[in-house]
Design a protein around this ligand. Structure first.
Ligand code: ZN
Length: 383
């Protein structure tokens, strides 16, 4: 999630063919297309129940998020085959060229196999274009600079996010969300227009008493209006991540906003159930789980989802694809985390698998951690 390309780039029609973009492709096509050994576990019956009491599986969504270059070289690592074998039912793929024949063929095959396609992205920088700054006044007489956030020195600045107390800014965002609804149409009616990654919020007099989640939710409540003008069934994520982990206090979500809880700065080597563990930020796992519980008082638990980082090779590689690190898969930690999240009623899970690509297979062999992730969720029975 951090250090990924901006939505502005994603929205442009950049060629994302594997030959053009994948570094491993440049290192030798012959080697890339040698078949690799993959597990041969029998596909499960999608209709089979793993919970004898409820008659349905606990986890409704078993997702992965990665780059088009991670999935496009299928001879080395075929995410569609993995999904068919293990129960992954949702792909979020970024940096794809939606007009290309390869993409269209790929997503058609996903559809035939019951795999939803969605797009999880940081998008506020596109929804509120930065280049309106210092352009004077709009047609209604609002200074364009008031669209943007005020920093903690009292100065309007167009670096991150915007001012959620500016009606004209919200109008702009609502209109541009309609374009997102067209270009990023998902197959599961779920949309993701996250705030700018790690960006600060507005400190103007009208916004100063709104916490970061309140400010995000103010934007999201109008983004979903734009999306629903295109797709009346659209739902939209409220990302609880970085500075929006704490629940909103003053703003209420409109119908269709769902919680996405993404504890990126947790300790990735200790389970969430260890209350005193803490990762990159000062927030402990106990505080993360308190925030999750608080968020679930605001957002419906039925649609809430967790985005965690168990398979995020990009994170473990320091977002440097030239220095790939093996995913430090820990089955016991993962199972403990899943039980913890399920105990809060979470039934939708996804994880980044960024950088788990053909290059990864070449360096480390087949990543059976993806199979272990998905099959555990598929077969999970809540006690
Ligand atoms: Zn403001």
């Amino acid at each position: 999630m951090k250090k990924f390309l901006t939505a502005l780039i994603l929205l442009s029609v950049v060629s994302c063919s594997p030959a053009a973009d994948d570094q491993s492709a440049r290192q030798g096509w012959e080697d890339m297309f040698k078949p690799v050994e993959t597990p041969t576990e029998e596909s499960s019956d999608p209709g089979e129940s793993y919970d004898p009491e409820s008659g349905e599986r606990w986890f409704k969504m078993i997702g992965i998020i990665c780059c088009w270059t991670d999935v496009a070289i299928r001879s080395k690592l075929d995410y569609i085959d993995i999904a068919k074998r293990t129960g992954i039912n949702t792909f979020s793929i970024y940096n794809c060229d939606k007009e290309s024949a390869t993409w269209k063929s790929y997503t058609a095959e996903c559809a035939r196999n019951g795999i939803d396609i969605e797009f999880e992205e940081h998008m506020l920088g596109w929804l509120l274009p930065r280049d309106l700054f210092n352009k004077g006044f709009d047609n209604d007489g609002t200074n364009f600079n008031d669209y943007y956030r005020m920093n903690d020195h009292g100065v309007r600045i167009n670096d991150y996010n915007g001012c959620p107390s500016c009606p004209a800014a919200l109008d702009t965002i609502r209109k541009r969300a309609m374009i997102i609804g067209e270009r990023y149409r998902s197959t599961n009616n779920k949309y993701y227009c996250w705030l700018d990654d790690s960006g600060d919020i507005c400190h103007c007099p009208k916004c100063k008493d709104l916490n970061p989640a309140d400010q995000a939710l103010t934007f999201e409540n109008v983004i979903i209006e734009g999306l629903r003008a295109v797709n009346p069934e659209a739902t939209l994520a409220h990302l609880a991540y970085y500075n929006t982990v704490e629940a909103p206090k003053k703003v209420k979500p409109v119908e269709g906003i769902f919680l996405e809880f993404a504890p990126i700065d947790r300790d990735h080597f200790r389970p969430m159930s260890e209350a005193n563990a803490s990762g990159k930020d000062a927030r402990t796992h106990g505080q993360y789980l308190k925030a999750l519980a608080d968020n679930l008082k605001v957002f419906p638990v039925e649609t809430a989802q967790v985005l965690d980082y168990w398979l995020d090779c990009s994170l473990f590689s320091g977002w440097d694809e030239t220095n790939l690190k093996q995913v430090p898969w820990n089955q016991a930690l993962f199972e403990d985390d899943v039980k913890t999240y399920a105990s809060y009623g979470i039934r939708n899970i996804t994880t980044y698998t960024s950088y788990i690509s053909a290059n990864y297979v070449k360096k480390f062999g087949y990543p059976d951690c993806i199979d272990k992730y998905a099959t555990y969720l598929r077969d999970f029975v809540k006690k």
